[in-house]
Design a protein around this ligand. Sequence first.
Ligand code: KIV
Ligand code: NA
Length: 277
Amino acid sequence: DKKVTILDLKKKYQEGKPLTMVTAYDYCSGKEVDRAGIDMILVGDSLGMVMLGEKSTTSVTMDQVIHHSKAVIKGNKRAFVVGDMPFGSFEASPRDAVQNAIRLVKETQVDAIKLEGGKKHQDKIKAIVEAGIPVMGHIGLTPQSVSSFGGFKLQGKTAEEANKILEDALALQEAGCFAIVIEMVPHAVATSLTRMLKIPTIGIGAGNGTSGQVLVYHDMLGMYSDFLPKFVKQYANISKHIQEALSNFKQEVTSRSFPDSLHSFSMKENELNEYLT
Ligand code: KIV
Ligand code: NA
């Protein structure tokens, strides 16, 4: 299949067709998301939680995002791949931001990068866009700042908070973002913001008035049970299948019914006879 480009995404948005994005972190998950015909793959810093077992995303490093992005790229043929800029890789200066964004693209061949934050990071976004790298914004609940929010909490609940998110969205559009992730805000806020912008919004916990939706692979497939946000729909319970398979293996090995002849190798009769004598 033909590779999805930024122009294909723009066209879909302009035609009012919803955009789809799912995270992936390795060769096999990248391959699955691509094969399903999802528009975009996000190599999210959520990898810290679902791949590495951390309690938040703040410990994730550039090296880890690069390591996982390389594997996803190998499994992908068609989808547009976005690499997530981890906490600490862009906040200090536009120079840091550009250097790390270039490193991510150069070492992995992702098609774009994503970074968290609004108006305060406009200068970093502008610098990355000027370097020729498409930037996806991320506002509302930005998990890298979870400590300053006091937890994974709904953002934009009050009119004042909602207006601040609206201002952030406009600042990101102005800075040159090609799309914006909007996480965990009331449906009405995400919808009005989407109507106001000329670039697509990709919602997660933001209702169905956005231009597209994103979910974390392990969440939507029922493979991560530490914590299930209200906005996650589990489209499968893969964890249950894994448990069934593992306990069947254990039972069959214990009872010596695995491996059976179907899963073993035999010798030709004459060779066997000669071997045994
Ligand atoms: O890291 C991630 O998975 C994300 C999505 C939830 C948007 O940033
Ligand atoms: Na992220």
